[in-house]
Design a protein around this ligand. Structure first.
Ligand SMILES: Cc1ncc(COP(=O)(O)O)c(C=O)c1O
Length: 401
């Protein structure tokens, strides 16, 4: 039975991709954009671009207003206590690097930073490199066969030496929600700061950072149907006060002289240089678009597609799905078939999926794999997309076996 997406026509690139005989199923990497975003970008650039927070003139005031309106929308989206808790960065990766540098002075040799075994490189490498610079111990929480952090082990490993816990909300490889609640409560009790990598989690449902009880939460606009080049760092007010400034220049300064300077607090103090103005304004338009959808209809649509995806994969001989994906995606390997060969044949048939280590090399290595193929869904996908994928998969397997 055909399952259409009621929102497909809102994304002009899907029809364009179809004309190029492309079926886009790499949404965990980045998403296509709604017309509402294209309109907002076109409006901004065709009505007068201007820099923000500095010019007195009308175009500057309008750009600043639109830019700051997005900060309000993001604060509302995450239920932050204040717009001052929202810092714009260039992506989740740059937000996590900002944190690793901004918090560096708080760490002393022997302190521990805790991450999990399934982290994306963006939430591994900044902490790994910080640990190397400051002589810290990087503790890695184990995961169970379902791809979920082992809570019992984690509660033992997060202890009095733990200064910071940095965890993914939803795995980009295994598609599993992580048990943040008990882990964050325990980290808090130990006096550790917490960082949540919401790059995948933010795309599915709405998450309340105050309810989550984290100190910091990061995500990238481009995975949330927004423009690329924009990221968000949410920080609880008291936690942001712990950050040292790390990039210098532009409107982040309060007073500057040749030999010394003072800097603004968050958020502007952490937005050095000209920010991605159009991108931030565009993110606001994407959030407005998403807010106009019925969230339960989106959830239901994505859940149905995901069930079809898993059923199709499990029905095929020799397919091993990694972990126990709960939504949005499935990564898999096939007995006696090299993932890169399979990906090549899928690409030749116009199926856009991701193959490789998914920026989580240590995780793939721990599973004994060099790579896997990942299919990831978005709200504009329909069951025909999956049917085309499975037809291409069967054809590829006939050739490879
Ligand atoms: C879980 C997770 N964290 C972080 C990132 C990094 O995001 P970006 O490349 O937009 O900075 C990604 C992107 O794939 C991701 O999936």
């Amino acid at each position: 039975m055909f399952l259409p997406s009621p929102w497909r026509a809102d994304f002009p690139a899907i029809a364009a991709l179809q004309r190029q005989h492309q079926t886009y199923l790499d949404n965990a990497a980045t998403t296509q954009k709604p017309q509402a975003l294209l309109d907002a970008l076109s409006h901004y650039y065709s009505h007068g671009a201007a820099n923000v927070h500095r010019a007195q003139h009308l175009p500057g005031a309008l750009a600043t207003q639109a830019f700051e309106r997005t900060r309000e929308k993001v604060a509302g989206w995450l239920n932050a206590a204040s717009t001052d808790e929202i810092i714009f960065t260039h992506g989740a990766t740059s937000a996590l690097n900002l944190l690793a540098y901004g918090l560096e002075a708080r760490f002393h040799p022997g302190d521990e930073i805790v991450i999990s075994a399934l982290e994306h490189h963006a939430n591994l490498l900044p902490w790994q490199q910080l640990a190397r610079r400051r002589n810290l111990k990087l503790v890695v929480l184990p995961i169970n066969p379902e791809g979920v952090i082992d809570v019992e082990a984690a509660l033992q490993l997060i202890g009095p030496r733990t200064r910071l816990v940095a965890l993914s909300q939803l795995s980009n490889v295994l598609g599993s929600w992580q048990p943040l609640e008990p882990l964050l409560a325990h980290a808090r009790a130990q006096g550790a700061l917490s960082v949540i990598d919401g790059a995948q989690g933010v795309v599915h449902g709405r998450h309340d950072v105050q309810q989550l009880g984290c100190d910091f939460y990061v995500f990238s606009s481009h995975k949330l149907y927004g423009p690329d080049g924009v990221g968000v760092l949410y920080g609880r007010h008291q936690a942001l006060n712990l950050l040292q400034h790390w990039q210098f220049g532009g409107e982040m300064v309060q007073l500057a002289d040749y030999q010394e300077a003072t800097f603004r607090p968050a958020p502007l103090g952490f937005e050095a240089g000209t920010p991605p103005i159009a991108g931030v304004i565009g993110l606001g338009a994407s959030l407005d678009y998403l807010a106009s959808l019925d969230p339960s209809a989106v959830d239901e649509h994505e859940a149905t597609l995901h069930r079809l995806l898993l059923r199709g994969l499990n029905d095929r001989e020799g397919v091993r799905v990694l972990g126990a994906p709960e939504l949005a995606l499935a990564s898999f390997v096939i007995e006696d078939v090299h993932s890169a060969d399979l990906a090549h044949l899928l690409t030749e048939q116009g199926i856009a999926v991701r193959a490789g280590h998914h920026c989580a090399m240590p995780l793939l290595k721990s599973l004994g794999l060099a790579g896997a193929v990942r299919v990831s869904l978005a709200l504009y996908n329909d069951s025909d997309d999956l049917q085309r994928f499975f037809e291409a998969l069967d054809k590829s397997l006939d050739l490879l076996r």
